[in-house]
Design a protein. Structure first.
Length: 287
């Protein structure tokens, strides 16, 4: 691929970093090249380096803008909480869409983002993450159970008590006494690639400080250890709420910073709002 001169932005949400490519007016990277491109530019030490690549693309009419995200291994993800905040800051600050409420089209459905700004610059983002599902067939997870909540799974010779949930992408939640004692390099990839998860899964270890505060450690599908995961924080709080471990409004401490998650009920389902910031690191061009 000859992409000399291609403009990009480097952004992060709580240390979860992305290369952002604006394709809202024209396609810059062909569909068949997006995987190869994502793998190449995400290589730390050899290229820009990132947890993934965000493509800002035209909507098919369902939302104001379309959000596509590729992991560092080239796989495309359905949704990303930190990524959607980065996208929202990108399109707002660069005047692509200057609205206080933005409907973002994702593979995980439409997500509405409320933008708080100051002097025309976005500062904070409150994202309606939509409704969750705990149904194993929706995760997907190979299981005889309709839901898998604090059940045992054999992982690398150990019985791990975990729960699974989807907020547009799949998550495994493991409540632990201390995240500092977790062997993430061992259990993260072992759970992510477990045979019961045919499409792999994001993995989160959660320490409950109180019913309004948790600490979280993440192994992200296709990226490995990340400083933060917005959909993971949302999934952890939703799971804790469903299991009566957490309140409806929870502060989540991640290695990269904090997020605020607020659970809501709609009919018989649980949804959540995620609130946090995003930052532009720099704009650049490929040599």
């Amino acid at each position: 691929m000859d992409l000399k001169g291609l403009e990009f932005s480097k952004m992060h949400g709580l240390g979860n970093d992305y290369v952002v490519i604006d394709e809202s007016q024209e396609i810059k990277i062909t569909e068949e090249s997006k995987t190869e491109f994502s793998i190449e530019v995400c290589r730390r030490g050899f290229s820009i380096g990132a947890d993934g690549v965000i493509f800002v693309t035209k909507t098919d009419g369902k939302g104001d803008i379309c959000f596509r995200i590729f992991n560092a291994d080239g796989s495309e993800a359905e949704m990303c909480g930190n990524g959607i905040r980065c996208l929202s800051k990108f399109i707002y600050d660069k005047n692509i869409i200057k609205k206080d409420l933005i409907d973002v089209e994702t593979l995980g459905g439409i997500k509405t983002v409320e933008v708080t700004s100051e002097n025309g610059i976005s500062k904070l983002f409150r994202v309606d993450m939509g409704l969750s599902t705990f149904n194993t067939s929706d995760i997907p997870m190979i299981s005889e159970n309709d839901e898998f909540l604090e059940d045992r799974l054999a992982v690398d010779g150990e019985d791990i008590c975990l729960s699974v949930v989807s907020v547009g992408n799949p998550h495994a939640i493991i409540f632990v006494d201390s995240v500092d004692s977790v062997d993430l390099d061992r259990f993260g990839p072992a759970i992510e690639n477990h045979e019961v998860f045919p499409e792999r899964i994001n993995v989160h270890f959660v320490e409950i400080i109180s019913d309004k505060e948790i600490k979280m450690l993440t192994w992200e599908r296709g990226a490995g250890y990340t400083h933060a995961c917005g959909t993971g924080a949302t999934s952890s709080v939703l799971t804790g709420y469903k299991l009566s471990k957490l309140n409806s409004k929870v502060f989540v401490h991640l290695p990269g910073g904090e997020l605020e998650i607020e659970v809501y009920k709609k009919n018989d389902s649980l949804g959540a709002f995620m609130k946090g910031d995003a930052q532009l690191v720099f704009d650049g061009k490929l040599n």
